[in-house]
Write a protein that binds this ligand. Structure first.
Ligand code: SAH
Length: 347
């Protein structure tokens, strides 16, 4: 059982170069760092299982270092679609949820970037108790590795769990670089998607730092008036400012942006709203992903019916906009979008 409060150095928090430096300082050869890094990202959690290392080195590492950055508290599996929701503890006693999903194209990990969230979106469970703290890179990385060790190879990662990734920008970028490292987990940048509620300065930085990673933007409204009712971030930036930054993003990266739009009954889901939305994204290199809102206990908002969502989608596709309706996974275990929360949920 790992102790998250001990003073051991957390290896998942380190880049490959940093791990090499650590080994050299210990008087070890660099290739030892390469062996450990490779093992870690194959899901080995015990130095004792790294049999290519000498007994002496394994013992030294056991005393000073820890391979885990998160600790599994609970796992639930959906009876409907096999989706699994994990509750992980991080140092300090906070907990975060992560989700393992099976798609035709492979397994996908949905991971959290913060314990809690301070963005305050009116329809989302993750923000109900505010922000507890940012996760460090190792805690972001280890959600993926722990789920893979338990459930099988993960080929895609979406940073769409609890938290606003761009509110924890540096650790987010660091975690992606660690997961991408070919000496370790080696995931392609194009297999990673980061979702933001739209913090404009960070969209610029992201285009420079990680242009190959997919960007999703939570839009959720066709007008500032509606967006301000449901997303406090809309008080900081108008939709027109957001769209102009998104246009610059697509021009700089040549990457298509996904706009997420949760369909909330009687708030943003009229067919007139669909027409307005078409106007907002007109001519952009983008895709709209409609998500009929998932219910959250503390909130009064309701999702649009599937049939209505299809009509909303048709208005968009008739104007030539690429649109999909998200298939909901894991809603019987509250693992669907916007249902992840800080601590143990009832279901
Ligand atoms: N903070 C980031 C990452 C969260 S990703 C962001 O805002 O993009 C989770 C996605 O699910 C976001 O698009 C979020 O707005 C959406 N969401 C939140 N609550 C939801 C709910 N109850 N039903 C459906 N989608 C929801």
């Amino acid at each position: 059982m790992i102790d998250l409060e001990d003073k051991k150095i957390r290896f998942k928090n380190m880049t490959y170069t940093e791990l090499c430096d650590f080994f050299v300082q210990m008087g070890e050869k660099k290739f030892r760092a390469a062996q450990v890094f490779k093992n870690m990202y194959r899901g080995v959690y015990d130095f004792g299982d790294m049999t290519e290392l000498s007994r002496d080195l394994r013992m030294k590492l056991e005393e000073s270092a820890e391979l885990a950055s998160v600790k599994l508290l609970r796992r639930q599996e959906s009876a409907v679609d096999g989706t699994k929701k994990y509750l992980f503890e991080v140092a300090g006693g906070s907990a975060v949820e992560s989700v393992f999903m099976k798609y035709k194209y492979g397994n996908t990990a949905c991971i959290s970037s913060q314990a809690g969230c301070r963005m305050g979106c009116a329809f989302c469970a993750s923000t109900v108790n505010g922000l507890e703290r940012n996760l460090n890179a190792g805690e972001i990385v280890d959600q993926v590795i722990a789920m893979q060790a338990d459930s099988g190879r993960i080929g895609h990662i979406v940073v769409m769990g609890t938290g606003e990734p761009f509110d924890n920008y540096d650790e987010l970028v660091r975690s992606i670089n660690i997961l991408h490292d070919e000496k370790g987990f080696n995931i392609g940048l194009r297999n990673i998607t980061v979702s933001t509620c739209g913090i404009l300065e960070k969209i610029y930085r992201f285009a420079r730092d990680l242009p190959q990673v997919n960007l999703a933007v939570s839009l959720h409204a066709p007008s500032d008036e509606i967006r301000r009712r449901i997303m406090p971030i809309a008080d900081s930036y108008t939709i027109s400012e957001l769209m102009s930054v998104c246009r610059e993003y697509t021009e700089a990266t040549h990457r298509r942006i996904t706009f997420e739009y949760a369909l909330i009954k009687n708030i943003n889901d009229s067919l007139e709203n669909a027409g307005e939305l078409a106007g907002v994204v007109k001519g952009m290199l983008c895709h709209i992903n409609l998500i009929p809102l998932n219910t959250v206990d503390e909130k009064d908002y309701r999702g649009s019916a599937r049939k209505h969502a299809a009509q909303f989608a048709k208005v968009l596709s008739d104007t030539g906009i690429e649109v999909t309706i998200r298939r909901e996974l894991g809603s019987d275990i509250s693992a669907a979008c916007g249902q992840l929360r800080l601590s143990e949920s009832k279901k």
